[in-house]
Design a protein around this ligand. Structure first.
Ligand SMILES: [Zn+2]
Length: 302
């Protein structure tokens, strides 16, 4: 059954990717998504984007963003005087004026391509980011993506990234779907990943991104008890609390203009760009496929 679902989502994602070059389809999808899901105006927050991989030659995977476009986007941020900020530092920004000229650049999964391609461009354009690493897969290949897997950052690369001023956050120990874990396993995912990454960076790890964007109140309370003080939210934006920051996916076909719209604080009433990101977040990276494990349990209330 899981195999069939996996293949079906692979087909769906490939089909979506074929439309990737079109500006019309994302716009239509965005409008449809806005009608279906609404687009509640959240409380004033520093906006953020979520990337997975930035590559010179992206493949069919919607979450692979072209390196040239990424470079152009960073230059556009500079041209618009928008400064990037790490997730942990967002907690210190109190003024709404400051919030309007900042944005979070987050990178989930902590893939090796960040070190190879993304870090040099960020350094060149003087931007900072937060990289969420899966602490149990350092230097290894993962198995949860529908698309061919990529290698994760190793310890030395993580140390260099951290030493260059970028924040290292946790994306758990094994990329588990956290709301389905019993308390003991949930604690291990949260605490052990934090310890491993703190040993590498010699800095506190206080930010977390929930794998698959999957979280609930129980997960967040456990995370706070484990020492996390901020989280990015890929999903569940409307329930964001003061220490949680909604981030919108950046997808392969997104132009610089689209990404700028996605982080614009003036664009929240009706934005096809944001609505498209919300919709596509359900199709990228195999996210429609829950990776059920023996240890997963259902918690009807979190
Ligand atoms: Zn992930």
């Amino acid at each position: 059954m899981a195999f069939v679902i996996r293949k079906t989502s692979f087909f769906i994602m490939n089909t979506l990717s074929l439309f990737a070059g079109s500006l019309v389809i994302p716009c239509l999808m965005g409008s449809l998504a806005a009608l279906l899901f609404g687009n509640k105006s959240p409380q004033k927050k520093i906006p953020g984007l979520l990337f997975h991989s930035v590559l010179p030659c992206p493949g069919l995977n919607l979450s692979e963003y072209p390196l040239d476009n990424f470079h152009s986007f960073l230059q556009a941020l500079n041209n618009h005087n928008i400064k990037t900020i790490s997730v942990k530092d967002t907690l210190n920004v109190k003024s709404d004026l400051d919030k309007g000229s900042r944005c979070i650049l987050s990178f989930d999964d902590g893939l090796e391509c960040f070190y190879k391609y993304t870090l040099p461009v960020l350094q060149q354009t003087r931007h900072v980011s937060t990289v969420f690493c899966v602490a149990g897969y350092l230097g290894r290949f993962s198995g949860w993506d529908v698309y061919p897997t990529k290698k994760h950052l190793n310890k030395e690369q993580i140390r260099i990234i951290s030493d260059n001023g970028h924040e290292i956050g946790s994306h758990t120990l094994t990329h588990a779907n956290l709301p389905y874990l019993r308390d003991k396993d949930l604690d291990t995912e949260l605490k052990r990943s934090k310890e491993i990454l703190e040993d590498i960076t010699s800095k506190p790890v206080t930010s977390i991104s929930f794998p698959h964007g999957s979280w609930n109140q129980r997960v967040w309370e456990k995370a706070k008890a484990a020492g996390y003080t901020a989280a990015t939210l890929y999903r569940g934006h409307n329930n964001a609390q003061s220490d949680q920051f909604p981030v919108f996916g950046a997808f392969r076909f997104d132009s610089t203009t689209t990404l700028l719209k996605r982080i614009s604080p003036n664009n929240r009433i009706f934005s096809s760009s944001i609505a498209a990101a919300k919709l596509l977040s359900h199709f990228s990276k195999g996210t429609p496929v829950w990776k059920f494990r023996k240890t997963y349990r259902f918690f009807l209330k979190g």
